[in-house]
Write a protein that binds this ligand. Structure first.
Ligand code: ADP
Ligand code: MG
Ligand code: MG
Length: 882
């Protein structure tokens, strides 16, 4: 196998080897689209260079051969003084990392060929414009000269020549930029751009390889979970020139709006420009629709290419193109990044257009995206304090403190502040600040600028191109058209969906998707798309979806959101507040006090249970028996001790207080979280189980009397052995008999929560006493790892995540290798013993998009998650079934 492939190579292009950009260039050549000729040096070559520090043998020869092909096709030669070939040297990894690695354009120019280029094109200014770009890009990428220094050189020359900007410099001015640029390289790197074009090419290729390990590329990979050892390919391609004058230009086009999914002309065009001019936002481009007026023929050709590409990829395409003297060239295509709203819209529209199936559409949207669509939005009704408006570059709402640079954003965010990053424009070095921020606002750049593209990829709200926004880094003030707006540290609210920025903390309102889920009639294409895909997910999924909810209003909402029942109704809150003392009296009181307290508890719980069962409307409701650790019900021991000591000191010892203190001390535990909680409390105080079960049965009987449907399940927490659940089953049976005698038998099922490793391992025995099992993955994770979530998340877990010891927190996404193994053992054991025993998952992982696929493969029957996660679980369960 070779290390180099020509774009024209037949066969299916291999992304892993050629990188995304190289593979798509090859495909476009196969589709007969106008792509400048070139070749790809593979990721394998990059991996070898990065690992061994030397180029693989034979690489130089391979490059020679493929270069000769490009020379033949263009009729130009590298270094030829009359007809020089110029090359673009472009990075391109297998997974797209836009703008994160380097590209060097105009390779092949030197003092001699620049004259040849001028003569052969009859355009001296253009030739020198290319040359100054090469000196700068080579200086930055290969020699490591900071970009700001080149910007300084350019600004000086512009000022000295009395020009408006770089575009207004003539050939003589550009020649000065070349000279000073080279002097700058000499000063900082000790060398200038080599005059030998082949040396330029080799050094540029090496620099692109090395950019794989650059800071921003690493950070990007960490943020998006991309492996560090893939390497990048390098594409070497004949240059085409958008900077040859007014009949030339360069641009970016999307086949649909990447922010909303709307059809139409989306993109930007900048005439007489090259390369990053559009993306950097240094000059604001015009909307793509303007190309129709500027150059109708190129516009039409572009529209036709866009159609071809969309039909080929059957998805949103993001296209980079250049027009050279009225001739259209396509430089890149990729399946475009998009906002969550656009993802749903585009997937549903493509189904409507007959391009993809509903199954394919479902694969193209994620639960994570749906989460974002359910976030609240800024309330447009109270929009009195709007202070600035720009382009709606990436939707979503956020409120935070203004910060003016990436470092400050990172520092403030580390202290837990929400920050809004406000920049003239963003570049790759702003990535850390963007990762830290909750929104970004830029003064310059369009909807295809770096800020917009990166923000959309991250789901970060962004407003770009706020015309007239002036950011003064010295005084840390921001002004709009000369008028002071705000200072660093001030709170602003940003709406990336409308492109508006407001002063202060703005009210938020539920998003349209949430309003629709709540049952409101909302006529919008986005809601229609979400509805369509959710309906398809419901048809497809094999997993049931229930909610964790404890109050009637929460249960009602969960049902509106599509829950098929309540998989976990925690009863702790029914014991807290003023009701806490009931439990205290059961634990510490005399026999009479205890009986009285138990009656009180039953009465209160009966009402709560009836409300929850009724709100579920006949869907199953799993009521979990009391789980909280003992100390949450008893008064604070230290406080009691202090009070009784004080009383004694004052010479008025309080006998009752002292007895209470002693009683509490007897129940005091060193490790309450692994102490008398869950099933253990039920064993020690069976009367508590009976009281709760009686309350549940009475509640059900009450509903039955009123002709209302119900489906009751009771669940025992923290079970570790079959004997425990058998014992509790007896107490529950006793309660059932009591109620049956008065009001007739109430049907119920009794289940065990599997949340200790021992329960998982002995599930086969536990199911002989349980009608169903439900995994409590939060506790199971804590106990499997031997770490307490609350403490770990504050102390050492962040360090583990930072250093890569852990990829994600095991509390956020299921730890497949550890906790996941235990789940598998439990499912196997349980099903082996009782084939059809229902198994659910009620830990937080049940609502985590990244965990649901795994849980589906395990073969559990249903998920139970918080009400707001229910639609997400429905969607992910649908995807998991495909
Ligand atoms: P990125 O991966 O950051 O998008 P690219 O390799 O696409 O980097 O290069 C950046 C820009 O350089 C392109 O958008 C295009 O404007 C310009 N460019 C790349 N290749 C060529 C070429 N062959 N001729 C002219 N301009 C090019
Ligand atoms: Mg590109
Ligand atoms: Mg638990």
């Amino acid at each position: 196998t070779s290390y180099v492939y020509s774009f024209g190579t037949p066969g299916t292009p291999d992304r892993d080897r050629l990188g995304g950009k190289g593979a798509e260039l090859a495909r476009m050549v196969q589709l007969g689209l106008p792509v400048p000729p070139g070749f790809t040096v593979t990721t394998a070559a990059c991996r070898q260079v990065l690992a061994q520090g030397v180029r693989p043998a034979g690489l130089a020869g391979d490059i020679d051969r493929h270069l000769a092909l490009v020379e033949d096709e263009t009729g130009r030669r590298l270094g030829d003084p009359e007809r020089p070939l110029l090359l673009a040297v472009r990075s391109g990894a297998a997974i797209s990392m836009p703008g994160m690695m380097d590209t060097v354009l105009d390779v092949g120019l030197n003092d001699e060929t620049v004259a040849g280029l001028a003569r052969s094109t009859g355009n001296e200014r253009f030739a020198w414009d290319c040359y100054r770009r090469l000196v700068q890009m080579f200086g930055e990428t290969v020699l490591g000269v900071p970009a700001e220094r080149f910007a300084g050189v350019l600004a000086d020359v512009v000022a000295e020549h009395g020009a408006a900007d770089a575009a207004a410099l003539d050939a003589a001015g550009l020649r000065v930029v070349v000279e000073r640029g080279n002097a700058l390289c000499e000063e900082i790197a000790g060398r200038t751009l080599p005059q030998d074009p082949r040396e330029q090419l080799d050094l540029a290729i090496d620099a692109v390889f090395a950019s794989w390990n650059g800071d921003r590329a690493r950070l990007y990979r960490r943020r998006f979970g991309i492996a560090d050892d893939l390497g990048t390919a390098v594409n070497v391609q004949a240059m085409v020139f958008g900077n040859r004058g007014p009949r030339s230009g360069t641009g970016v086009a999307f086949t649909r709006d990447p922010a909303t999914g709307d059809l139409g002309d989306y993109g930007e065009y900048l005439s007489d420009a090259q390369g990053e001019d559009v993306v950097s936002g240094a000059r604001t481009a015009v909307p793509l629709a303007r190309l129709r007026e500027l150059d109708l023929a190129s516009y039409r050709r572009l529209r036709s290419v866009m159609g071809t590409l969309e039909r080929h990829y059957r998805d949103l395409c993001d296209i980079e193109f250049t027009v050279e003297d009225g001739r259209l060239w396509i430089l890149q295509v990729r399946v475009g990044k998009r906002s969550p709203a656009a993802a749903f819209r585009i997937a549903a529209d493509l189904v409507e257009e007959g391009m993809i199936t509903e199954d394919e559409a479902l694969v193209r949207v994620t639960g994570e995206q749906l989460t974002q669509l359910m976030f609240p939005q800024l309330d447009a009704g109270s929009a009195g304090s709007e202070i600035a408006a720009g382009l709606a570059a990436s939707p979503g709402a956020a409120v935070g403190r203004v910060v003016l640079d990436s470092a400050t954003a990172v520092a403030l965010a580390a202290r837990g502040e929400d920050v809004v990053l406000v920049r003239p424009e963003t570049r790759a070095d702003d990535l850390p600040g963007m990762v830290a921020a909750c929104a970004v606002v830029t003064a310059r750049g369009g909807r295809t600028s770096h800020a917009a593209v990166v923000a959309r990829g991250m789901g970060l709200p962004a407003v770009c191109g706020v015309d007239g926004l002036e950011i003064d880094l010295a005084t840390r003030q921001v002004a709009l058209a000369g008028e002071r707006l705000f200072a660093e540290g001030d709170v602003v609210s940003v709406d990336g969906g409308t492109g508006r920025v407001y002063r202060g903390r703005h009210r938020t309102v539920p998003s349209e998707v949430t309003r629709w889920l709540e049952g409101e009639v909302v006529a919008s294409p986005l809601v229609a798309a979400v509805a369509r895909l959710l309906a398809h997910a419901d048809r497809t999924r094999r997993l049931g979806v229930r909610a964790n909810a404890e109050t009637a209003p929460d249960v009602a909402r969960a049902v509106r959101f599509g829950a098929e029942g309540v998989g976990l109704c925690r009863t702790e809150h029914m014991f807290l507040g003023e009701r806490r003392t009931y439990v205290e009296r059961v634990l510490l009181g005399s026999d009479a006090e205890r009986a009285e307290a138990l009656r009180g508890l039953t009465r209160l719980q009966r009402e709560s249970f009836a409300g929850v069962l009724d709100a579920a409307g006949g869907r199953p409701v799993t009521i979990r028996l009391l789980d909280a650790p003992l100390h949450e019900f008893l008064p604070d021991l230290t406080e009691l001790s202090v009070c009784s000591a004080l009383a004694r000191e004052r010479g008025r010892p309080d006998r009752a207080l002292e007895e209470r203190t002693a009683a509490v001390r007897r129940h005091h535990e060193q490790n309450p979280m692994t102490g008398l909680r869950g099933v253990r409390l039920s064993i020690v105080r069976p009367e508590l189980v009976v009281a709760q079960a009686v309350a549940a049965f009475e509640a059900a009987a009450d509903l039955r009397e009123r002709g209302r449907p119900f489906d009751l399940e009771l669940m025992v927490p923290m079970v570790s052995s079959a004997e425990e659940i058998a014992e509790v089953a007896r107490s529950v049976g006793e309660a059932a008999d009591q109620v049956a005698a008065r009001r007739g038998r109430v049907p119920y099922r009794l289940g065990a929560m599997v949340e200790t490793p021992r329960a998982a391992v002995t599930a086969a025995r536990i199911v002989t006493h349980a009608d169903f099992l439900s995994f409590g993955t939060n506790d199971l994770t804590q106990l499997t790892w031997g770490l307490s979530r609350d403490d770990a998340e504050r102390s050492f877990l962040p360090r583990y995540l930072e250093t890569g010891l852990l990829r994600t927190s095991p509390f956020a996404s299921i730890d497949e290798d550890g906790v996941g193994r235990l789940l598998a053992v439990a499912v196997d054991g349980a099903r082996g013993a009782r084939d059809a025993v229902p198994i659910g998952v009620c830990g937080e992982h049940a609502g985590d998009p990244a965990s649901i696929g795994f849980l589906a493969r395990l073969g559990v029957d249903y998920l139970s998650c918080s009400p707001f996660r229910v639609p997400i679980a429905r969607l992910e369960a649908g995807r998991a079934a495909l």
